[in-house]
Design a protein around this ligand. Structure first.
Ligand code: UDP
Length: 478
């Protein structure tokens, strides 16, 4: 069936926040570019727009991809200072349901399918009302999807808090999850966000399929379990499609920033890039230890610095080559003077994709957000896994133990301050030692297999084609 001439129209619904919008737009672009699909992305918004929204330039194919911002939702009357992130996101999407429904009802042409992220599983009745094939895109690992899908079973079988279990949590056919690595909403079973998470885990199995940002060479075991493990298949009867690596494309450098010029002057694979995603922050004590660790490692670095407490950060990035008397007090005294010839500090935000793709970058100390992880793998850069929140502890465990492309601290950085000595050793392990060479080989192999999976005839390309074929056949039967 030639689905490209069929001109399918798909509606996506993205939950609030750039971290959720970006993967949707990346997928939308791919559907448009590879398969000529027209995509409307309905973006759930809040009155407070995230600070980074203007900083992520993601070109979309204007002819085929349209973004519609839904009227901002207000959940202020539903929350208090203790309301956790997952609860807030679910409340926002819940509040936006009438707008989503109206937006679809008002479309000149009804969409042929609906794709939501995993916070949007409550759109099931809307999909049913409009008789739309429905898919969830959970833009993380297949392992993350497996835990979410299996969580209602764990909920029935395990008593007490997960974090107090002495044995790892078993998911059929998959790597077990260490209790301390569970996703944030599983940290406290008495919190409302746990109930929301379990509900999502139940609803996700009712969709026609789940898309994840992975590919068979990255997660062979987990993906196999969705296909062949009987126990898993009894919980998740519909397919899980690995369609990755989905990641923001590198923007052509039209004008060289000072930072890119600095990178141009460094030897190949000699710089470690340090960044904690769009919102990750460290304590003041941890920031100081990190500064010491980088200095002691004697490796070149670029560090995207966020003030540990509310405080001033210079607008322009400051090169510490010349040292500065006004260096913030969370840096060790004289840090800027001593590291000035090998280190660059960038306040708040950097062009991460372009940096990671620069030949001078040899390592990435990352909070292991899955977008950042994909960007690192597709740039062939090994990592120091420094998980902070969401599903990042699982990502870190996966990267270090299964993919073998990362080292990680002995104790979770959310549990204890990682000392300068350990940081120094981790940086050297990645940048200088044989272990780093091996990890670099592994990550480059993954980069290549990821590229292959996206090509015409590759696994990710074919899975997307398969989904579109199902959608097209349902459309022709309407
Ligand atoms: N990002 C960036 N510059 C920064 C920090 C983050 O471009 O200084 C981008 C990064 O490239 C990634 C996204 O913001 O695409 C962060 O997503 P991720 O899933 O890694 O983490 P999150 O911020 O959602 O925790």
């Amino acid at each position: 069936m030639d689905i490209s001439s069929d001109n399918l129209q798909i509606t996506m619904v993205s939950s609030p926040g750039m971290g959720h919008l970006i993967p949707m737009l990346v997928l939308a672009n791919r559907l448009a570019a590879d398969h000529n699909v027209t995509v409307t992305v309905l973006q759930v918004t809040t009155a407070v727009s995230p600070p980074e929204s203007n900083l992520l330039h993601l070109p979309v194919d204007d002819n085929l991809v349209q973004i519609i911002q839904l009227p901002p939702v207000d959940i202020s009357h539903l929350i208090d200072p203790s309301t956790k992130v997952v609860t807030q996101l679910c409340l926002m999407v819940r509040q936006a349901l009438p707008s989503v429904r109206s937006a679809i009802a008002a479309m000149d042409r009804r969409p042929d399918a609906l794709i939501v992220d995993h916070f949007g599983t409550e759109l099931l009745p809307i999909a049913a009302e409009f008789n739309l094939p429905k898919y969830v895109y959970a833009p993380s690992t297949a392992w993350f999807a497996a835990l979410l899908i299996y969580s209602p079973v764990l909920d029935r079988e395990i008593n007490g808090q997960y974090v107090d279990q002495t044995e790892p949590l078993r998911i059929p056919g998959c790597k077990p999850v260490r209790p301390e690595d569970v996703v944030d909403p599983m940290l406290d079973r008495n919190d409302q966000q746990y109930d929301e998470y379990i509900r999502m885990g139940q609803e996700i199995t009712l969709f026609d399929g789940v898309l994840c940002n992975s590919w068979p060479n990255l997660e062979p075991k987990t993906l196999e379990s969705f296909k062949r493990n009987e126990h898993m298949r009894s919980v998740m009867r519909n397919p899980v499609y690995p369609i990755g690596p989905m990641s923001r494309p590198v923007q052509p450098i039209t004008e060289k920033t000072e930072l890119i010029s600095w990178l141009d002057r460094q030897p190949d694979e000699s710089v470690i890039f340090v960044s904690f995603g769009s919102g990750g922050m460290l304590s003041a004590e941890q920031t100081t230890e990190l500064a010491w660790g980088l200095e002691l490692s004697r490796q070149r670095f670029i560090w995207v610095v966020r003030p540990p407490t509310a405080g001033r950060v210079d607008d322009a990035f400051f090169n510490i080559t010349n040292g500065s008397d006004s260096a913030p007090d969370y840096f060790p005294e004289g840090f800027s003077t001593r590291t000035g010839d090998i280190g660059l500090l960038v306040p708040m935000w950097a062009q991460q994709v372009e940096i990671l793709n620069h030949p001078s970058i040899g390592g990435f100390l990352s909070h292991c957000g899955w977008n950042s992880t994909m960007e690192s793998i597709t740039s062939g850069v090994p990592m120091i896994a420094w998980p902070l929140y969401a599903e990042q502890r699982m990502n870190a465990a996966f990267l270090a133990e299964e993919a073998e492309v990362a080292v990680r601290p002995g104790v979770l950085p959310t549990k204890a301050v990682v000392g300068r000595g350990e940081i120094e050793r981790m940086v050297r392990r990645v940048m200088e030692e044989r272990e780093g060479v091996k990890m670099r080989e592994n990550v480059k192999r993954l980069k290549m297999s990821g590229e292959e999976s996206l090509r015409i005839g590759g696994s990710s390309y074919n899975f997307i084609y398969e989904i579109l074929k199902v959608i097209a056949s349902k459309k022709s039967h309407k």
